[in-house]
Design a protein around this ligand. Structure first.
Ligand SMILES: [Zn+2]
Length: 366
């Protein structure tokens, strides 16, 4: 069952429209009778709304318009149920949930035994670098979804990310150019997923699986492209050193690792713990120093000014990540900046972006 008839209300008018629903791999398309595309809803955004028993009523989570879709065909409803975790009429998700609880319990018991024997930090430190890239990417995607939901406190949905609106697109192009240049110099061996999000704090954060969130507040505080690039290069350092993976393993525990092996960690309690860790805890001074050194080396390789990282750190009080303490004029921040400057060779290349690109990037959040 890949398509069927349904009724659509656009949320703006009270008119009911007969539509065709087509089930794609990741989203469902809603087409008007004349073939016009009315909406394309990702399965993960579907919201099941209360309705009489024989009707499946769906909306899109986080959407500003109250559009809804009504499906009376039981076969089509069941086909959507199979694809969308948020819809559960047949009890499929509940059954899968029960199986996963049993698997998680076994995993948790084994983890506890291993942790008691070896100690969790030692295991995390040793296993971190051994986690295969494919699993790290999968774990990153799960943590990313959770972190995004936690960061997006105003429930802006797609608009939480800057650079998608028409007037923001030149900024997005400049940001992508900058991150591609840094990623090419870093040669991480996996694609870098860097985005700008609407958060006022001057922060950035790196997650396992090469995800980087740059907060709008950081772009506002950056005086030039090298300062922004310096912080991103520092974050790439955390990715290259697999610091996120190690800290997630350490705090979410080994059950997370088993979850990865079992192939099921989306929605598990471990993902929530992992996301909270990434957002609230901070790395040790040694880990930060190593990421700074990496950032300096990467900046000079990419042709930027490595000292710019020190300049912006001084301005934002040394806290480049959520969870870090702001230490304005603090000896620790001063020492950190001095170390960065001591490591930095003079800039070697032309500017990372031209003036027009940097101006566009400054306006990436509208
Ligand atoms: Zn850091």
């Amino acid at each position: 069952m890949n398509s069927g008839a349904a009724i659509y209300f656009d949320g703006a008018t009270s008119a009911r429209q007969d539509v065709t629903v087509a089930l794609g791999p990741t989203s469902l398309r809603i087409d008007a009778a004349d073939g016009r595309l009315l909406a394309d809803w990702p399965y993960r955004d579907l919201e099941s709304m209360s309705a009489p028993d024989n009707i499946l009523r769906l909306g899109q989570r986080g959407s500003a318009v109250l559009a809804r879709l009504e499906i009376r065909d039981p076969e089509l409803a069941a086909a959507i149920d199979l694809r969308a975790d948020t819809v559960d009429r047949t009890g499929h998700s509940e059954r899968r949930g029960r199986t996963s609880v049993i698997a998680w319990s076994i995993a948790a018991t084994v983890s506890l035994l291993l942790a008691a024997y070896f100690g969790v930090p030692a295991i995390a430190e040793r296993l971190g670098p051994l986690v295969p890239q494919a699993i790290e990417s999968k774990m990153g995607a799960a943590v990313d979804m959770q972190v995004r939901a936690m960061l997006d406190t105003r429930r802006a949905g797609a608009a939480f990310e800057c650079g998608n609106a028409e007037i923001e697109k030149p900024g997005r192009a400049a940001f992508d150019k900058l991150t591609h240049r840094l990623a090419a110099a870093a040669a991480l061996g996996m694609p870098l997923n860097a985005v700008v999000v609407r958060k006022p704090e001057p922060n950035a954060i790196a997650l396992p699986g090469a995800y980087i969130y740059v907060f709008q507040g950081l772009i506002a505080k950056a005086d030039n492209v090298d300062e922004l690039a310096g912080v991103i290069a520092h974050e790439i350092g955390h990715i290259a050193h697999r610091d996120g993976t190690k800290s997630v393993l350490q705090t979410a525990g080994l059950s997370f690792l088993f979850g990865m092996l079992l192939g099921d960690f989306v929605g598990g309690g471990a993902v929530v713990v992992a996301a909270r860790t990434v957002l609230q805890s901070s790395y040790s001074r040694e880990v930060e120093t190593d990421a700074d050194a990496y950032g300096v080396a990467l900046m000079s390789k990419a042709g930027g000014d490595p000292r710019a990282l020190g300049a912006i750190l001084t301005r934002i009080g040394g806290a480049t990540e959520p969870g870090m303490k702001i230490l304005m004029d603090h000896p620790e921040t001063k020492a950190r900046v001095a170390r960065i400057n001591a490591l930095s060779p003079p800039r070697a290349g032309a500017s990372l972006l031209n003036a027009a690109e940097w101006a566009a990037l400054k306006r990436i959040c509208g």
